[in-house]
Design a protein around this ligand. Structure first.
Ligand code: AMP
Length: 191
């Protein structure tokens, strides 16, 4: 069975860092929908041009567009042994569509890693990142507003909790400590 993993959590919780480590160790692709959106906007592909207005307003891209794009991505050959999906699903409709598309392929999500971090800490981390990269537009106010729109919705958590494959990860620790826990969870899930 492929190792299909979903990562949930606020920005600043270290999802991307952990996903990259899983990708390197497990040999399965890290698929970050935010990266896809930004790359396609930059390349001005038809998808990039359609989603640009939403993204530039700081909004989520409509479900139908995002679901179709993820479906195409998951059908690429490199996902044969699994994937780490980061940034998707963001809504209950996306979660249900993901389950349906995996079901069609006779596969299913093995584990949902929910990275948990107190909101003030996530904001501090984002602010630190913005200062380090010299992004002057990432002011405390902008970051505070972005956090509110990027919070993982309760219905999504409830959906995965009911399915029984949700695992909470305390993200307020060093990268190594968090990754050790992630590895434990994945070993149990793969067994
Ligand atoms: P992220 O880097 O994950 O914060 O995503 C950056 C932007 O890409 C978001 O603000 C949305 O405009 C868009 N995006 C990424 N993933 C999704 C998704 N699953 N559903 C809708 N929009 C998304």
């Amino acid at each position: 069975m492929p190792l299909d993993i979903v990562i949930l959590g606020p920005p600043g919780a270290g999802k991307g860092t952990q996903a990259a480590k899983i990708e390197a160790d497990a040999g399965i692709p890290h698929i970050a929908t935010g990266d896809i959106v930004r790359a396609e906007m930059a390349a001005e592909t038809p998808f990039g041009l359609r989603v640009m207005e939403y993204n530039l307003r700081g909004e989520l891209v409509p479900d139908e567009l995002m679901i179709e794009r993820v479906r195409e991505r998951l059908l690429e050959g490199d996902t044969e042994d699994g994937f780490v999906l980061d940034g998707f699903p963001r809504t209950l409709a996306q979660a249900q569509a993901l389950d349906a598309m995996l079901d069609d392929l006779d596969r299913s999500i093995r584990v949902v890693l929910h990275f948990q971090l107190p909101e003030e800490l996530a904001e501090q981390r984002l602010l630190g990142r913005a200062l380090a990269s010299g992004r002057a537009d990432d002011t405390p106010e902008v970051i505070h507003k972005r956090m509110a729109t990027m919070r993982v919705p309760h219905d999504l958590i409830a959906y995965y909790r009911a399915l029984g494959n949700l695992v909470g990860i305390h993200a307020d620790r060093s990268i190594e400590e968090v990754y050790a826990e992630v590895q434990n969870v994945l070993e149990t899930a793969a067994a």
